[in-house]
Design a protein around this ligand. Sequence first.
Ligand code: DC
Length: 213
Amino acid sequence: MSTVVAIDGPAGAGKSTVARMVADHLHYAYINTGSLYRALAYAAMTSGIAFEEITPGFLQGLQLEFCGADLYLNGKKLDTQLRKPECAKGASVVSAKPFVRDYLMPVQRQAADGQWIVMEGRDIGTVVFPDAEKKFFVTASAEERARRRMAQSSEVADGATFESILADIKARDERDMNREIAPLKQADDAVLIDTTGLSIDEVVAKIASYCKN
Ligand code: DC
């Protein structure tokens, strides 16, 4: 049994910062499920395998597990290497593969088992935990998300411009929303939070107040 607060939404909507702060506020555990897809992209990159070419056999050779909010791949803690733009793009590509989603489903469910937890991603409220206690869909306009991304230097490729970041965000939205399995979409029973023009503290306060009701 677990009590899950699901926070889904598109890339760059500020989900991670907000989800972590909501978890702190509620004294819940926190898991960022995007890091799992990023870890598979990272594993492919470091093995010299193109994202499109990964196979179920490749996944069987990997060991992925959370220790608290920290993610370990084959015993090694992953952190800043996952924030690179190539990993973000690779994560979006590998996440469209049904066998990848099947492989990561039990990892996510096990990570939440027995916990009070805030879990963020794309399909937490729709697929991973359709019975989550509370569900939020956090979004912002593509332009606002590109502006925010531009301010996060670790996630921006050298030489990137506002236009190139906006194009990347739109391409990622397109892939995440239109894949056949577990596409990014708002669950029918999720609360929509449009963060355009809101501060992080305002968004956290909004979500926390829904959780306390
Ligand atoms: O949240 P993020 O930017 O770290 O996610 C990276 C990619 O992983 C995203 O483009 C789509 C995929 N993803 C997913 O398909 N399902 C999730 N629950 C989380 C992320």
